[in-house]
Ligand binder design. Structure first.
Ligand code: NAD
Length: 498
């Protein structure tokens, strides 16, 4: 039997985490058994950390962007060299199965690659000036210290989306990881510190602050943090958004989802079944993009539900350390209680639990939940709520208009999918009057986005966009420049003065 604590210590040491960081008052538990793994030191003076990062930013902003890219390139290499260690820590702290833990680390490597390319493509536009002999253009400049607040369920990928991009944009980063997953954060911090030292970048360019909500609040309220990129629950975003806005800071909010897929009569039901099981039961239902609602045409509902309940019945639930396990534990007891309460509420609303919902006693105080499918008579309040556990609510529809209306009638707007072989239906779902989400897929489940696209969602999901495409713009400030080389003073709009 593997000693989980030893395994964590070995991975941390290999990444370069110093022993001093591993003595403190914040207890770190593993969801695999519920036992304490280690305890870590909490950050006392967030203000001092932010000030140091701000000073580093003042130096870093004048380093040419392609040179900044070299730092991120090295970071990507180091993450690649420590892929196994980091994946081990993700499994131990967040409970992910090996393949998903490795996938999360791969996402970090991918976004570093992306950011290195981006470091030569921080394009501004030039526009024709209405005045002869004038040039009108925009320039993108570094912004300052970016505060990154992250959630437990993607303990490292979300950090890397923000950090790789922020660093090439010329910003400094102060990271507040989830208090449930500080070990992966310490490991990443050691790697970024090493890259910074090797490339002689300013030493405080990246700092990590450890602790709970109060540590996050100190970052949120700091006037030296012009951008707070916060990932977590809608409750958290509701608090963070107005606080940052009150000091005219910017936020990039990546909050809860309540993602749905529509299954039409022409869908390939075998492909849909595989996609749905991964999206709904994978990561034990603990992704922001987890599939939580299935909207199925009445003509295929029974057949699809038959396939799904059979697949759910065979899902290997167990320790993520065991080869073959597909569903690991929930993060903690509270998560399982939330799941049970949601299932009770669904039953009260007339829902029929077709499969799952129980707890498997696998190891100690680990909360291993059986992924559940619940057929609902209508989209009641509990269906419209994000419960961070593997519950898939099933609703049926007759017309595509009805399906789209049901799909959009929730407060969240993160990810969505349609399963169809009818191009008109697919195009309708992608159109302006189709899905209202930030991520809209065809014949693919709601989870498992690639880093090249901008990631994020609408409504209570917060509106932020991170990672690929032009998401980098949120990390920079834009200056519009008019340069007069005409030798005369010409005022815009033909205004005469003096
Ligand atoms: P959470 O909201 O409990 O915590 C997230 C982070 O916010 C933690 O680091 C926490 O310490 C911090 N925090 C909490 N309250 C704060 C406050 N008032 N001020 C400053 N910081 C505060 O979320 P969680 O349970 O760790 O993660 C699960 C949630 O995150 C789900 O709702 C999930 O959908 C969401 N999530 C969203 C995305 C996305 O990209 N949209 C990605 C991952 C997770």
């Amino acid at each position: 039997m593997i000693d989980l604590r030893e395994s964590a210590l070995t991975a941390l040491k290999s990444c370069g985490v110093e022993a001093a960081a591993l003595t403190g008052t914040l207890s770190v538990r593993t969801p695999l058994t519920g036992a304490e793994l280690l305890s870590v030191r909490q950050t006392e003076d967030v203000g001092a950390v932010v000030s140091a990062a701000h000073a580093a930013y003042q130096e870093w902003r004048t380093v040419p962007a392609p040179v900044r890219g070299a730092l991120v390139k090295r970071l990507g290499q180091l993450i690649g060299e420590h892929k196994d260690d980091l994946a081990t820590l993700v499994t131990l702290e967040a409970g992910k199965i090996r393949s998903e833990a490795l996938g999360e680390v791969q996402e970090m490597i991918d976004v570093c690659d992306f950011a290195v390319g981006l470091s030569r493509q921080l394009y501004g536009r030039t526009m024709p000036s209405e005045r002869p002999g004038h040039r009108l253009m925009e320039t993108w400049h570094p912004l300052g210290v970016v505060g990154v607040i992250s959630a437990f369920n993607f303990p490292v990928a979300v950090w890397s989306w923000n950090t790789a991009i922020a660093l090439v944009c010329g910003d400094a980063v102060v990271w507040k990881p989830s208090e449930k997953t500080p070990l992966t954060a310490l490991a990443c911090t050691a790697l970024v510190d090493r890259a910074i030292a090797e490339l002689h970048a300013p030493k405080d360019l990246h700092r990590t602050v450890i602790g709970g909500r109060e540590v996050g609040e100190a970052l949120v309220d700091s006037p030296l943090v012009p951008l707070v990129s916060a990932t977590g629950s809608t409750r958290m975003g509701r608090e963070v958004g107005p606080r940052v806005a009150a000091r005219f800071g910017r936020t990039l909010l990546e909050l809860g989802g309540n993602n749905a897929a529509v299954v039409t009569p022409s869908a390939d039901l075998d492909l849909a079944t595989r996609a749905i099981v991964f999206a709904a039961a994978g990561t034990a239902g603990q992704r922001c993009t987890t599939l939580r609602r299935l909207i199925v045409h009445t003509s295929v509902a029974d057949e699809l539900l038959g396939k799904l309940t059979t697949a759910y019945g065979k899902l290997p639930i167990g320790s993520p350390l065991d080869a073959g396990t597909l569903v690991g534990p929930l993060i903690d007891e509270a998560a399982y209680e939330n799941m049970t309460a949601a299932l009770d509420a669904a039953r009260k609303d007339g829902g029929e639990v077709l499969v799952g919902g129980g707890r498997r006693e696998i190891d100690g105080d680990g909360y291993y939940a059986e992924p559940s499918i619940v057929r609902m008579p209508s989209q009641t309040d509990i269906v419209r709520t994000e419960t961070f556990a593997p519950i898939l609510y099933v609703l049926t529809y007759e017309t595509l208009d009805e399906a789209i209306a049901l799909h959009n009638d929730v407060p969240q707007g993160l990810s969505s999918g349609i399963f169809t072989r009818d191009q008109q239906e697919a195009e309708r779902f992608l159109a302006a009057d189709g899905s209202d989400c930030g991520i809209v897929n065809v014949n693919i489940g709601t989870s498992g986005a690639e880093i090249g696209g901008a990631f994020g969602g609408e409504k209570e999901t917060g509106g932020g966009r991170e990672s690929g495409s032009d998401a980098w713009r949120a990390y920079m400030r834009r200056a519009t420049n008019t340069v007069n080389a005409s030798g005369q003073l010409l005022l815009a709009q033909d205004v005469s003065f003096l």
